[in-house]
Design a protein around this ligand. Structure first.
Ligand code: ADP
Ligand code: MG
Length: 627
């Protein structure tokens, strides 16, 4: 019988292995950066073009390779990191499988330049699709530079599988963040299409987090520190009041290697129970150090999952450590950060002072009085219009001032946002609240700082204030998008918003969309933008939060369609800017809200499809009283 079994040629074996090791540019970058770290580099640069699809280059100042090693490193199972099977259980390096370079070279065009300290002249090797094209001596700095061009050029099916540049960049940033966080002692930089997106000097861990995610993180971090026989835990926890709506920064490093673990994540959630609203996610940056022989890192090909020998104890220790640190951070300020100590203020001072709630009663208020309502200073003090005023915008109540405020807002000629011209007809059609000025004299009530009740000709209506305002803002934003002319209010004093380099890069991509909604932004510094104008009706004090919310939303929204994307942004902005449940409103504010709501195309539902208005007719009411 003929022999059927053949050994696969190396080239084929490498291509198959590449499928496991290299799924996309980000995974190649991870492998190459880990190699640079294993080589003892103190400075690593990453250069990327077109989301890594056309070029990935990593330059390090590590130990470099001699001529023979330079050639050998592209062979399968070529590694300098383990010599015997038992070494597997005592690993201190990132890589050890000896297949990354072989795999990458099998599916790309690779140029390697490398030189060791004691060589005068380096080695250059060009290898494409696993075939060495040339090897020659070259002049190069000590260390290694690897250029990987046109990933998957010879595997069209895989190349087509790559996502948009933006999406690939997101994967790359994710890997980059994991690596730079686990090595604050190394300086890193990153360039995308010739723009420097990150420059991270060697620093402490805390500074690395701050450099990576933005200065504002300094006050958000609570230190975590615990040492037991089984595990040593260190790092930082995001204080609960800064928790995010979408999963943000959640990093576990076990023996300096990023890992994903829903089990450990659960321990943190469990420790924070009661401190976080259910829809919020905690941030954490935690290092767990355990004896190398008590874990098995080899169970997953991309090595982001591991198995602990003593999982249960680690869970319990982690949970109690987090609890303790949460209990402490309020009183014990962190002393870790050498610069800018004074940033680290207690969140109590930082947010707002806590006051006993005060009930304001207007002794002159007469619900049956039909004369023009007087402005009530006490009531409108906390109002939405006072927020506008503090934003440098004087919001008049009547149309008489129309001319005056038109000059404040840009773009008002094209898009009218004043009590809508359609208002009269619309409300009649829908039998909304009574028309015209008369409406403002009707009694209006707020219940539980959540619902607004008002009269209709033939009954009454109840409005959910937050959903209603979301609807109003959403339609306003949609109109801006449709007309490509946003309603913008210019700020008297431009405001600076701090952003991490990666958020800044994201914002640049989104700038056009965000400006279509009325923001007027210019880039200001390395980690900040300057906002000159904001959409009409935006309270300025919350700009930092608004921008962060917007970017958060966007990170988790995958649609590439421009219009859909803008609608999504409009929705999320309407949500974060809306008057919230719990806010006490003045009569004028309630009237305005209802006026504007019934000028909307779909006043009855919130942008997310929830009921915003309930009406009850007199007929229905009397039926109920029949019994
Ligand atoms: P592994 O990292 O698992 O050993 P790789 O295929 O990633 O396998 O690398 C093969 C070998 O090439 C490494 O063990 C190391 O000796 C050498 N090498 C790779 N990258 C570098 C680098 N940047 N500097 C020095 N040596 C390197
Ligand atoms: Mg490696």
């Amino acid at each position: 019988m003929a022999n059927l079994i053949e050994l696969l040629p190396d080239k084929v074996a490498n291509q198959i292995a590449a499928g496991e090791v290299v799924q996309r540019p980000a995974s190649a970058i991870k492998e190459l950066m880990e190699n640079a770290i294993d080589a003892g580099a103190t400075d690593v640069s990453l250069i990327v073009r077109d989301g890594g699809k056309t070029l990935i280059q990593i330059i390090d100042n590590g130990c470099g390779m001699g001529e023979t090693d330079a050639r050998l490193c592209f062979s399968r199972h070529a590694t300098s990191k383990i010599k015997q099977a038992k070494d597997l259980f005592d690993l201190h390096t990132m890589g050890f499988r000896g297949e990354a370079l072989a795999s990458i070279a099998a599916i790309a065009q690779v140029t390697l330049k490398t030189r060791t300290e004691d060589q005068d002249i380096g080695t250059q090797i060009i290898i494409e699709g696993g075939e060495v094209k040339s090897q020659e001596a070259c002049a190069t700095a000590k260390g290694t530079s690897i250029e990987v061009k046109n990933l998957f050029y010879n595997v069209p099916a895989r190349r087509n599988f790559l996502k948009s540049v933006k999406a690939e960049m997101r994967y790359i940033l994710e890997e980059f963040q994991r690596i730079v966080l686990s090595h604050p002692e190394i300086s890193f930089s990153m360039f995308h299409n010739d723009n420097e997106t990150h420059r991270l000097p060697k620093s402490t861990f805390r500074q690395r987090i701050v450099n990576l995610f933005g200065t504002r993180y300094n006050q958000r971090l609570a230190p975590v520190d615990e040492e037991t026989d089984i595990v040593k835990i260190s790092g930082f926890l995001g204080k609960p009041e800064f928790a995010k709506k979408t999963r943000g920064e959640q990093f576990f490093f076990v023996n300096n290697r990023f890992i994903k673990s829903s089990y450990l994540h659960h321990a943190i959630n469990n420790a924070m129970e009661g401190m976080l609203q259910s829809e919020l996610h905690p941030s954490y940056f935690l290092f767990l150090d355990v004896a190398p022989d008590s874990i098995d890192v080899n169970i997953h090909p991309t090595k982001t999952e591991i198995k602990f020998e003593d999982e249960k104890s680690i869970y319990a220790i982690l949970r109690s450590t987090i609890r303790r640190s949460l209990g402490q951070y309020n009183i014990a300020p962190s002393l870790d950060f050498e610069i800018n100590h004074d940033y680290d203020v207690s969140p109590m001072v930082d947010n707002k002072e806590i006051r006993q709630p005060v009930i304001h009663v207007d002794p002159n208020y007469n619900p049956f009085d039909t004369s023009e309502p007087k402005e009530n200073k006490t009531r409108s003090d906390q109002s939405f219009s006072s927020q506008l005023r503090s934003a440098g915008v004087d919001r008049p109540n009547s149309q008489n001032n129309h001319e005056h405020w038109e000059s404040i807002y840009k773009g008002t000629e094209e898009v009218s946002f004043a009590p809508n011209e359609n208002y009269a007809t619309q409300t009649k059609l829908e039998e909304g609240p009574d028309n015209g000025n008369e409406n403002h004299h009707k009694p209006i009530y707020q219940m539980h700082n959540k619902y607004i009740m008002s009269h209709l000709k033939s009954g009454f209506l109840i409005v959910d204030q937050q959903r209603a305002h979301e609807r109003i803002l959403f339609e306003k934003f949609l109109l801006s998008i449709k007309n490509d002319k946003a309603l913008s209010q210019q700020l008297l004093f431009p405001q600076t918003v701090l952003l991490s380099p990666s958020d800044l890069a994201l914002l640049k991509e989104l700038q056009e969309d965000i400006e279509a909604l009325g923001f007027d932004i210019s880039e200001f510094g390395e980690n900040s933008i300057e906002v000159h104008g904001i959409p009409y009706d935006t309270p300025t004090g919350e700009l930092q939060q608004i921008m962060e919310d917007l970017l958060e939303q966007y990170k988790h929204h995958t649609s590439e369609a421009k219009l859909d994307r803008r609608e999504q942004i409009a929705k999320s902005m309407a949500k974060s800017l809306s008057i919230k449940t719990g806010k006490n409103l003045s009569d004028q504010e309630m009237h305005k809200l209802i006026d504007e709501l019934f000028a909307c195309e779909q006043p009855n539902i919130s942008p997310n499809g929830k009921t915003a208005v309930i009406t009850l007719s007199l007929e229905e009411l009397s039926k109920r009283f029949e019994l």
